[in-house]
Design a protein around this ligand. Structure first.
Ligand SMILES: Cc1cc2nc3c(=O)[nH]c(=O)nc-3n(C[C@H](O)[C@H](O)[C@H](O)COP(=O)(O)O)c2cc1C
Length: 387
């Protein structure tokens, strides 16, 4: 592998080594992609305060997320179809996260099943559920996650219906990929990806095929996913789901202070301030811009985490300084996986850790858990004057 110094290097290799359909699935947002772009560009607007002559020995990035020790407060976000970016992708990412000491979150829409991931990594991981209409299937999914020793449940709330990503429609995204002259021609240029895929049996949605009623093959799965998400979701249902899980519950996809208050009321342990990485409501503001008002509303009642737009350890530091106690990376770890499998995910985590640690030191701080807004320079008009 060439010398990798940042997440952008991994992204370039991911693009080179992975079929276009799956790279595009990762590197896109809904509609005009405004929110997808601003998630990243808003982090860039915040600057840092350089401080000197502060003893920087004995620094630590270690912290806790929902009461669990983490080497740095950066979890791997749930990402569907991770096992299509690289064969057995969820297993590889879970192993890399466990070795590094950060949580891995398995998506409902993963290729490797809950049981498969649990079999390959002895460290408990987190499980993400979508709110689905099929109550029986949901109950079984949560039971399976319990049996697999999952140590937190992440309930994603911002996908009652799917945002549209133009590229996925144009590419005919599917798992396994549909064989068309264009997709075959493209896959022929991704030899290592193809060889590894031929060597695995994990090419379908492992949590669903054979588990959801009537889904026994990929063709029936397509109609299942179109029908499965529950558009009637409300706070009563969320409270019910919270009660069904005996352990930490994290509500993901909160972008509004009023919703954050509701989340605290239903007894969640943490929320994730998130716009799904700009993949759902295009035109929503970035997570980092919305964080301070959500902190004001619930920061003293519930743990507040953040994702969407994190591409460096400096971004992690900015989120922590504005009050988040945990963060998640989605695309940043997928770029690592697509670039070099488990080693690539480890590299992504190393890059982010080094950036976080060095930035912390140069800002005159010794502990990631003690960061505050004093280390930041935020432009006066950053939050905007929205009516
Ligand atoms: C390719 C892709 C697939 C995703 N699939 C899921 C999913 O299955 N469940 C979920 O809750 N979020 C999903 N997300 C959203 C991520 O969990 C996370 O919110 C987002 O990636 C954070 O933004 P970032 O990629 O800029 O770090 C997905 C994101 C990407 C990029």
């Amino acid at each position: 592998m060439s010398v990798i110094t940042n997440i952008a290097d991994l992204k370039r290799l991911h693009k080179k080594r992975t079929p276009k359909m799956f790279y595009d699935y990762c590197e896109s947002g809904s509609w005009t992609e405004q929110t997808f772009r601003e998630n990243v560009s808003d982090f860039e607007k915040i600057r840092l305060r350089q401080r000197i002559a502060v003893d920087m020995t004995g620094r630590t990035t270690a912290s806790k997320m929902v009461g669990q020790d983490v080497a740095m407060p950066v979890a791997l976000a749930p990402v569907g179809l991770t096992g299509m970016q690289r064969a057995d992708g969820e297993i590889k990412a879970a192993i890399a996260a466990a070795k590094f000491g950060v949580p891995f979150t398995l998506s409902t829409m993963s290729i490797c099943s809950i049981e498969d991931v649990a079999e390959h990594s002895d460290t408990p991981f987190w499980f993400q559920v979508y709110t689905l209409k099929d109550d029986d299937f949901m109950r079984r999914l949560m039971d399976r996650a319990k049996d697999a020793n999952c140590s937190a449940l992440v309930i994603t709330l911002d996908l009652q219906i799917m945002g549209q990503r133009h590229k996925d429609l144009k590419n005919g995204l599917s798992a396994p990929p549909k064989l068309t002259p264009a997709s075959i021609a493209n896959m022929m240029t991704k030899a290592q990806w193809g060889l590894e895929m031929l060597g695995t049996k994990r090419r379908f949605f492992g949590n669903i095929v054979g588990h959801a009623a009537g889904v026994t093959d990929p063709a029936s799965l397509t109609s299942w996913t179109a029908e499965a998400f529950d558009p009637s979701l409300d706070w009563e249902r969320i409270a019910q789901l919270r009660r069904m899980w005996d352990g930490p519950v994290i509500l993901k996809g909160i972008l509004d202070a009023e919703d954050a208050k509701m989340a605290a009321n239903v007894g969640a342990d943490a929320i994730v301030v998130s716009n799904h990485g700009g993949r759902q409501l295009d035109g929503a503001l970035s997570s980092i811009r919305m964080l301070p008002q959500i902190m004001d509303a619930v920061g003293d009642k519930i743990e507040v985490h953040l994702d969407s737009g994190i591409r460096s350890g400096q971004d992690v530091l900015k989120a922590l300084a504005l009050g988040a106690t945990g963060t998640y990376i989605g695309r940043a770890f997928v770029h690592g996986l697509g670039a070099d499998g488990e080693r690539g995910v480890t590299k992504a985590l190393e890059v982010i850790h080094k950036e976080l640690d060095t930035t912390m030191a140069l800002c005159g701080r010794r502990s990631a858990a003690d960061l505050d807004a004093d280390v930041l320079l935020v432009p006066k008009d950053f939050y905007g004057d929205w009516a």
